[in-house]
Design a protein around this ligand. Structure first.
Ligand code: SF4
Ligand code: SF4
Length: 217
């Protein structure tokens, strides 16, 4: 147009008033109720079943529920889980049964927090927490390792590896018959992780010489 205005746009006929009108919008917004959350000072509680960071759970005596079966990894649509299973031994036992998850990683650069892995887990080893602060500044730090995902120790638990509760078998753990670590339970040495031998490491279990000592207590 010869006067510099844009057809159909009334503001374009008053080019000097345009910026002032823009400040008017800002001025009006200053008195409106704020819509933004006061994060991180105020963290809004999530819904109880919110899908947040995963957790690898333990049995009540501290042994791990994960059996290294990889079903969670196969169920994941984003290929975000990496699992390597290994055999338990009487000298180094992480879970009550034959196998345990030796390596467990979840890549939160890929994970879409859909929960399909939780549905696939046969032992309820894998669940999701309400933690949602998963941002970080490097790719490596967003690949969570087993040590980061493993649940903390609660009252009555002893950190894995340690021997199975004397007189109990794997099924008894899933029947809920083991409610805490047996008296005298001590953490074993983790030879596979290169730990130095510990003085007085646990050596009891149904087929182990010190089991009588523990049962008598
Ligand atoms: S929540 Fe979904 S995307 Fe994330 S690891 Fe589990 S199955 Fe994969
Ligand atoms: S978390 Fe569950 S599904 Fe995944 S490897 Fe462990 S036991 Fe299997």
């Amino acid at each position: 147009m010869p006067d510099g205005s844009i057809p159909g746009n009334e503001n374009s006929r008053t080019p000097l008033l345009g910026p002032v009108a823009g400040f008017g919008v800002t001025f009006k917004a200053m008195f409106k109720k704020r819509l933004t959350e006061q994060y991180p000072e105020y963290k809004k509680p999530t819904a109880p079943r919110f899908h947040g960071r995963h957790q690898l759970n333990r049995h009540p005596d501290g042994l791990e529920k994960c059996i290294g079966c990889e079903l969670c990894a196969w169920a994941c649509p984003a290929d975000a889980i990496y699992v390597e299973g290994a055999d338990n031994t009487d000298e180094e036992r992480y879970s009550p049964g034959e196998r345990y998850g030796r390596v467990y990683q979840i890549n939160y650069l890929r994970c879409i927090l859909c929960g399909l892995c939780v549905e696939a887990c046969p032992t309820r080893a894998l669940t999701m927490t309400n933690e949602y602060e998963l941002a970080d500044s490097s790719r490596e730090s967003l690949i969570y390792t087993k040590e980061e995902l493993l649940a903390g120790l609660e009252e009555g638990m002893v950190d894995s590896p340690h021997a199975i509760f004397p007189g109990m078998d794997e099924q008894d753990y899933y029947r809920g018959l083991v409610t805490e670590a047996a008296p005298g339970t001590e953490r074993q040495t983790a030879v596979s992780k290169g730990e130095a031998p510990q003085e007085g490491a646990s050596d009891f279990g149904p087929n182990e010489p010190a089991s009588e000592r523990v049962i008598k207590k």
